[in-house]
Design a protein around this ligand. Structure first.
Ligand code: FE2
Length: 292
């Protein structure tokens, strides 16, 4: 009788064989590829038993960190660049359409619907008041009326509402609709660069590998409209010092946005109760029609 599992490669071949009968061909492809790459990785680094146990503990701890508002596994995927590779594979866009970027771990459902000019940061008194405006357009430059912009960002201390233990109230989140000309107008505070949460295993991984936890200042958007592919993206402050080294690799040149500081009274801003200093930022989103 043939000896079983005599070599490392025998085990790999046998594990692959056990998935041969998977009826779902996509699942079979994914599982067998995962096994091939995972075994190759373990053989490549000659993983010790202690390292194997460290990895088990790391993943267990990542799971324990997760709840309704904390997603350590998304953070792990983001900091390993996996989220951006998935994004790039899944959202190959035609020239001119707004590019996507990572969803990130901080989105929450149920952001309030606000009218044009609505303030998503009413409780942030330290930040620089900012108006973000622009249009949602088709690839050939026509306005998209009634498009929805789901917006979220960190406050002027660099924290999302869900990172405050004392409250679960939504803040710095809102949903806006474009008008007949495709225009939107959002009042907020100027985003700042912030560190991703470092109090969990992902933070320890960054420290152990001499990586910083910073993300350049940005505002998150999901822009959607009937008949168009929704786009999950950010706009980035074009003057930010961390654009070159975003810890989650999410920066794309086409998502740069200039935040202009104003130090004198301006009529349109005054209409929204804004006194200097304040910022304005303009960005147009371009949606790609759904492929039929
Ligand atoms: Fe963010």
């Amino acid at each position: 009788m043939k000896a079983r599992g005599t070599t490392e490669d025998d085990i790999t071949a046998e594990v692959l064989r056990r998935f041969d009968a998977t009826e779902d061909t996509r699942l079979r492809h994914i599982m067998q590829s995962l096994v091939r790459h995972l075994h190759a990785f373990v053989k490549d680094v000659e993983l010790t038993e202690a390292e194997w146990m460290t990895a088990i503990r790391f993943l267990t701890e990542a799971g324990h960190m997760c709840d309704d508002t904390r997603q350590e596994f998304i953070l792990l995927s983001d900091t390993l660049g996996v989220s951006m590779v998935v994004d790039l594979i899944n959202h190959r866009k035609p020239e001119g359409a707004t590019e996507s970027t990572v969803f990130g771990p901080f989105h929450r459902d149920g952001a309030p619907e606000l009218p044009a000019g609505g303030n998503i940061a009413p409780r942030d008194t330290k930040g620089t008041p900012t108006i973000v405006s622009g249009r949602v357009l088709t690839l050939d430059g026509r306005p998209v009326a009634g498009a929805c912009l789901d917006v979220w960002q960190a406050d002027s201390s660099g924290l999302y509402d869900s990172q405050y233990a004392e409250t679960d109230e939504l803040h710095l989140r809102g949903q806006f609709k474009t008008d007949a000309d495709g225009r939107f107008l959002i009042r907020t505070v100027r985003p700042v660069y912030y560190a991703i949460p470092t109090d969990g295993p992902v933070g320890r991984m960054l420290t152990a590998t001499n990586r910083h936890p910073w993300r350049p200042a940005h505002i998150h958007f999901v822009v959607s409209a009937e008949g168009y592919d929704p786009v999950t993206t950010h706009i980035f402050d074009a003057g930010d010092p961390y654009l070159e080294s975003d810890t989650v690799f999410a920066v794309k040149d086409s998502l740069m946005c200039t935040f202009v500081r104003h130090d004198v009274v301006e009529d349109e801003a005054a209409r929204f109760g804004l006194e200097p200093p304040f910022c304005t930022a303009q960005f147009d989103f371009v949606l790609k029609p759904v492929q039929r």
